[in-house]
Design a binder for this molecule. Structure first.
Ligand code: 7TS
Length: 433
């Protein structure tokens, strides 16, 4: 082990405990043992999974929770008077309570199950946006949004005549708040932004922006797809009105997402979809709506994945989100330093790991990101290359695509060494260096 890495590891384990021998409760090698897929051999090499911003891997407890649900509890929820239906309902609702607790002890009624973060944002665009926006109203976004928090607002603006304004980014990939008072005006009805960028890694000052938005009478929607999995998040402290995220980016199954909504606002909103589950009384020509949160959950929900998501939340809670954040901050600082030692690499986003999460986008001056990703795959290393569903941001950065490595709880400093070493190898292969 080289001296440099020793320092990085030392810093990694020191936080909060003051001893190199006593890690801050998070040992990636032990954690790896809980993830069956991480022992796979890919192209003759042990898998190094660095595509966690796209989706994370699943621990055995989540996989067995899914299996256990189907083997022992499967029934429809909220309607049966038999034992299985009662157990399925209890397990489904237990995860809702865990989610509410996980994001800062909000009320379970404020937690709505969706398919993913994308659907959660669309729910707000449909149910709140279509009834509350008129021509000349303003929706404020940022230049670093994922298409999930851009396209629904483009469509809504077109339909309602509202205008879109964008908070720009500066050369370091941070939001430029210099003209924020002009961008978030009294006409602004909604400020919708990502808490953490999936491209730049930037963690945005969301509490400060929420304060300015509320001062102007606007609501605040945060896209938490990249933040809830990686940071301790307290929605009450941030004072967000809506908060959207996906289970699959935080060890949970695909097909289940969350919309948090402030109770007083959800109460006044119309439902998103209509049918079973979401009604109170129905007659041939009229219907009334169920109470929160079920008013927004039409039809049979994704029960099994919600139940298994509860195990993912338990797993992260046991690790502690402070420990998760501290491990990733150390990995990110180390990776940024190692990558910047390669002259041919240009990194996008802040270089200070305290201002960012562990999604690092970069380009090699000579190797196309797709070629780099394919080469790394031949060494068993999974990264993502492409526009990362942020095409306007790519244009703003002056590139068509980037390569991106993104970390999670099971990644190690050794894996970063192998990743950076493989890039150097790719240069020898493609550029003849
Ligand atoms: N918002 C952000 C910031 C994201 O990173 C993503 C997914 C989404 C929303 C959408 O999440 P979904 O679960 O509804 O699809 N981001 C990525 C990514 O960076 N690579 O693959 C998916």
């Amino acid at each position: 082990m080289n001296g440099e890495r020793m320092t990085a590891i030392k810093n990694g384990v020191k936080i909060g405990v003051g001893s190199v021998m006593a890690p801050a409760g998070l040992d990636p090698l032990v954690i790896k043992g809980d993830f069956p897929i991480l022992s796979r051999i890919i192209n003759g090499h042990k898998l190094i999974y660095l595509d966690n911003a796209a989706t994370t891997q699943k621990p055995s407890c989540v996989i067995s929770a899914l299996r256990n649900y189907y083997e022992n509890q499967n029934a429809n929820v909220h309607r049966g008077l038999h034992t299985l239906a009662e157990e399925a309902t209890a397990a489904f609702e237990a995860t809702r309570k865990k989610v509410a607790e996980f994001i800062g002890s909000v009320k379970p009624e404020e937690i709505i199950y969706t398919r993913n973060a994308t659907e959660a944002i669309n729910l707000v665009a449909y149910s709140w946006g279509r009834h509350n926006l008129k021509p000349q109203d303003r929706i404020v976004l940022t230049e670093m949004e994922h298409h999930a928090n851009l396209v629904p607002w483009i469509v809504l603006a077109k339909e309602t005549g509202a205008e879109l304004k964008f908070i720009p980014i500066d050369g370091d990939g941070l939001l430029d708040l210099e003209n924020i008072d002009r961008i978030i005006s009294e006409d602004t009805k909604l400020v919708a932004l990502t808490h953490m960028s999936n491209v730049l890694g930037t963690i945005n000052p969301v509490a400060e922006i929420a304060r300015i938005a509320h001062h102007n009478g606007a609501l605040v929607l945060l896209d938490g797809a990249q933040s809830v999995p990686h940071l301790p998040v307290n929605i009450k402290e941030i004072d967000a009105d809506f908060y959207a995220f996906s289970a699959h980016k935080m060890l949970g199954p695909t097909g289940i997402g969350i919309l948090y909504g402030r109770e007083s606002i959800l109460q006044k909103m119309e439902p998103f979809l209509f049918g079973g589950e979401m009604i109170s009384e129905v007659d041939f020509e009229k219907a009334t709506w169920n109470v929160l949160p079920w008013k927004f959950e039409a039809g049979t929900p994704n029960i099994a994945d919600a139940v298994a998501y509860g195990s993912a939340l338990d797993y992260l809670t046991d690790l502690g989100m402070e420990a998760v954040r501290s491990h990733e901050m150390d990995l990110t600082a180390y990776a940024l330093r190692k990558l910047s030692e390669l002259d041919s690499i240009k990194i996008f986003g802040p270089m200070d790991s305290r201002l960012r999460g562990g999604a690092i986008s970069f380009v090699d001056r000579q190797i196309h990101p797709h070629d780099l990703a394919t080469f790394l795959d031949s060494r068993g290393i999974a990264i993502r290359a492409g526009h990362h569903c942020a095409q306007p941001l790519m244009r703003r950065l002056g590139v068509g695509s980037t390569a991106r490595a993104s970390f999670y709880i099971y990644n190690t400093f050794e894996e970063i060494d192998e990743f950076v070493g493989a890039i150097a190898e790719a240069r020898r292969y493609f550029v003849n260096e």
